[in-house]
Design a protein around this ligand. Structure first.
Ligand code: NAD
Length: 484
């Protein structure tokens, strides 16, 4: 299913200078799955040099040709989805129930950008005595750093637009989730010219820092925590390299009293808070429930949380697997402890043992009743923990929904168009999902307001992030002498 050892992909070859390795471990059982060569500055330097040397050729490759290769990546992922799902489930503890949807989304991104680049042009116009043309050109070498929670989606959000636009790439996967990316790298090495895509697995403070500091990296794209996003933004600012950031979230999910099917809304809000084992930047973790339906809604929600099937990530009936690591598990438990002292615990709140998966951090889906200003309601927990906030006044609820440093996603459940529209207008968030949480469609701009990021992925807008504009003015002839 996978190899026992992986190397970085540099200039079309799997190679490294370092002999140092780090393990990829099964998140549920603790078993070592494979070892990975740990990229350091030497590997990053070689990867950037390869991407720099490959850039002119790749940028000059017709867009249709670049698109053809992206379509091949999509086909390969489609053929290998089942195997890659098994790898991710072991590597990061996500369930085999959910992961196929990640791959469908990732595949969609390669196909979307293969199509989008063919219709992405600059601007041109006739001006007196000539033409004004605005061309979009790729930046050069792009350095990309991604987190561990949805590896296939993160890789697709980064590679597809950057490569479609004609950039070359050095990608650093997360140290907790490298395996499926390194499997994909084997296929990328087969079909892309050497140096166009390079993959340097390793740690943030080593390979990550070497990549962000490299003077030959012309653009940086990062997905991860807001804290590290600021470090990346400083690194870009210090040499004026543009930076795009997809960062954390603590998203409001708002239930109006006029909902028609309460069971369906309970199901969707439960999913919104617990999919990805709660480790999603998009998670709807602040649920605003209206006074008029509060008691009935909370009873149903509590039942739904208690019914979620926790178990081995490899069991198709499992809906909640384990957190990616013990570090993440301990962090979530600390938040739960702080919640116990500042809010009312409704259900959950403890670690659950799963047979044959003793190393895994399985956490019972947890609900707190709280105000909006507690630590558990304000900070991103990244585990299956939901803060429920009761509301009755529209303006107060909107104020509280926005009273948070983040602004990534939001949800609204209502049968009234007027409620949907006036809420969507006033929410400070990059995404507003009305009546269906996590409704991501290829082509719809994805990104954050405020501390949730800079830039938009998934859409044609993304091709602007990966290209810069050049104005070319063509005059019919050299003007007659007028200066000296
Ligand atoms: P993280 O910021 O700790 O790590 C993300 C990546 O950055 C990893 O590859 C890591 O090795 C690297 N890194 C860490 N320190 C670095 C440094 N000093 N220099 C360069 N690289 C460095 O985030 P995480 O804990 O792995 O992921 C969870 C976070 O990611 C959450 O905050 C979540 O909301 C966010 N996230 C956001 C999105 C989005 O699209 N907005 C998607 C997924 C995850």
């Amino acid at each position: 299913m996978f190899d026992s050892h992986y190397l970085p992909l540099i200039n079309g070859r799997f190679t490294a200078f370092s002999e140092e390795t780090f393990p990829a471990s099964n998140a549920a059982t603790g078993e070592e799955l494979a070892t990975i060569t740990r990229s350091g500055k030497a590997e990053v330097d070689a990867a950037v040099a390869a991407a720099k040397a490959a850039f002119a050729g790749w940028a000059a490759t017709p867009a249709a040709e670049r698109a053809k290769l992206l379509l091949k990546v999509a086909d390969w992922l489609e053929e290998n989805t089942e195997r890659l799902v098994q790898i991710d489930a072991r590597d990061i503890g996500r369930t085999v129930f959910e992961l196929p949807q990640d791959y469908r989304q990732a595949i969609g991104q390669y196909r979307f950008f293969a199509a989008a680049i063919l219709t992405h042009d600059g601007w041109n116009n006739v001006v007196p005595g000539g033409w004004a043309i605005a061309k979009r050109e790729p930046y050069g070498v792009v350095g990309q750093i991604i987190p561990w929670n949805v590896p296939s989606i993160m890789v697709s959000f980064k590679l597809a637009p950057a490569l479609a636009a004609g950039n070359t790439v050095v990608l650093k996967p997360d140290e907790n989730a490298s395996l499926s990316t390194l499997e994909l790298a084997k296929y990328l090495a087969e079909i892309f010219p050497p140096g166009v895509v390079n993959v340097v697995p390793g740690f943030g403070e080593e390979a990550g820092e070497a990549l962000t500091a490299h003077p030959d990296v012309a653009k940086l794209a990062f997905t991860g925590s807001t804290e590290v996003g600021k470090i990346i933004a400083h690194a870009g600012a210090s040499r004026l390299a543009p930076v795009s950031l997809e960062l954390g979230g603590k998203s409001p999910n708002i239930v109006f009293p006029d909902i028609e099917d309460m069971d369906a809304v309970v199901d969707n809000t439960t999913f919104a808070a617990t999919f990805c084992n709660g480790q999603s930047c998009l998670a709807g973790t602040r649920l605003f429930v209206h006074d008029d339906i509060y008691t009935e809604f909370m009873a149903k929600l509590t039942d739904a949380f208690r019914s979620i099937r926790i178990g081995s990530p490899l069991d198709p009936a499992t809906r909640l697997g384990c957190l990616v690591s013990s570090k993440q598990g301990e962090r979530v438990m600390k938040y739960i402890e702080s919640g116990r002292s500042e809010a009312r615990l409704v259900t959950g709140g403890e670690r659950v043992e799963v047979a044959d998966s003793q190393a895994g951090w399985f956490i019972a889906p947890t609900i707190f009743e709280t105000g909006n200003k507690t630590t558990i309601a304000q900070e991103e927990i990244f585990g299956p923990v939901l803060s429920v906030i009761r509301w009755n006044d529209f303006d107060t609820m909107i104020h509280e929904a926005n009273d948070i440093p983040y602004g990534l996603a939001s949800g609204v459940y209502t049968s009234s168009l007027r409620n949907a529209m006036r809420t969507a207008d006033r929410l400070q968030a990059g995404q507003v999902w009305v009546n269906q949480y996590v409704n991501l469609v290829d082509g719809s701009p994805f990104g954050g307001y405020k501390a949730s990021g800079l830039g938009r992925e998934v859409s044609k807008e993304t091709l602007h992030m990966y290209t810069q504009l050049k104005s070319v003015m063509l005059a019919e002839q050299v003007p007659p002498p007028f200066y000296v």
